[in-house]
Design a protein around this ligand. Structure first.
Ligand code: C5P
Length: 223
C-alpha cells in the first residue's frame, strides 16, 4: 500500500507552514510545500515575461520547472530554480499574488499534479496546500483544514514578513489576503474548500503547540 499522507489545507496565514514543519520534526515524514511550487512557477513566468493569458507556454514551463528543495538548518528549506536560489523572491507578496492568478488555470494545475504526487514516499508525507485533501491526495490518511480570521492571518503574515526583513503595511496585507482568499475560493477548479472528510481546526487565538498536538493526536489514531 502507498505511504500514508497527512494533508494540511487552508488559506494563507492559517498556520499551515509552521504546523507542517513542526509535525515533520516529530514524525520524520517528507514535506510537500505545494504553494512553493506555484510560487516558483510564478517566479519563472515573471522572469520570462509570460502573462497569465499565455497558457501553453505556462504549461510547458510547469512541466519543465527545474526545482530543487534543499534542507536548511532549522528554518524553511532553500528553493533552487535551475540552480538559482530563489528563496527570498518566493516569499514576496507579489509572487504569492501572481501564483494565485496562475493557479486559476486548470491546465497549469494539471501540469503540476504528477510533480506533487511524486513526493509521496515512506515513511509518510505531510502535504501543505489548498487542494491536497480534495484533488492531489483524495485518499490521504488524515485530512486537516486550518482556518483563522482574515485579521489574524494578516497579523501573522505581517510578523513573518518583518522577521524576514521584507516589511509591508498591515492594511495593504489585509486587502491582499482578502483578494487572494476570494480568488482561491471562487475558482472553478480545485477551489479552496475543506474535503468532506477533513477535520476543520480554527487556529484563531490558538497557540501553535495546541494545533500541533491536535494534529499529532489525529495522526497517531490512524498510523
Ligand atoms: O500557500 P502559498 O501562499 O505559498 O500559495 C500561493 C498561492 O498558490 C495560493 O494563493 C494559491 O492560489 C496557490 N496554491 C494553489 N494550490 C496549492 C497551493 C497553492 O492553488 N495546493
Amino acid at each position: 500500500s502507498p505511504a500514508p499522507v497527512l494533508t494540511v489545507d487552508g488559506p494563507g496565514g492559517s498556520g499551515k507552514g509552521t504546523v507542517c514543519r513542526l509535525v515533520q520534526a516529530r514524525t520524520g515524514w517528507h514535506l510537500l510545500d505545494s504553494g512553493a511550487i506555484y510560487r516558483a512557477l510564478a517566479v519563472a513566468a515573471d522572469r520570462r515575461g509570460l502573462s497569465v493569458a499565455e497558457e501553453a507556454e505556462l504549461v510547458d514551463l510547469a512541466h519543465d520547472l527545474a526545482l530543487e528543495f534543499r534542507p536548511d538548518e532549522g528554518g524553511e528549506p532553500r528553493v533552487l530554480l535551475a540552480g538559482d536560489d530563489i528563496t527570498s523572491a518566493l516569499r514576496a507578496e507579489q509572487t504569492g499574488n501572481l501564483a494565485s492568478q496562475l493557479a486559476v488555470v486548470p491546465a497549469v494545475r494539471q501540469a503540476l499534479l504528477a510533480r506533487q504526487r511524486a513526493f509521496r514516499a515512506p515513511p509518510g508525507l505531510i502535504a501543505d496546500g489548498r487542494d491536497m485533501g480534495t484533488v492531489v491526495f483524495p485518499d490521504a490518511t488524515v485530512k486537516v483544514f486550518l482556518t483563522a480570521t482574515v485579521e489574524e492571518r494578516a497579523r501573522r503574515r505581517h510578523k513573518q514578513l518583518k522577521e524576514q526583513g521584507v516589511g509591508g503595511n498591515l492594511a495593504d496585507l489585509l486587502k491582499e489576503i482578502s483578494e487572494r482568499d476570494q480568488r482561491d475560493r471562487s475558482r472553478s477548479v480545485a477551489p479552496l474548500i475543506p474535503a468532506e472528510d477533513a477535520v476543520v481546526l480554527d487556529t484563531t487565538g490558538a497557540s501553535i503547540e495546541t494545533v500541533v498536538d491536535r494534529v499529532m493526536r489525529l495522526l497517531t489514531q490512524v498510523t
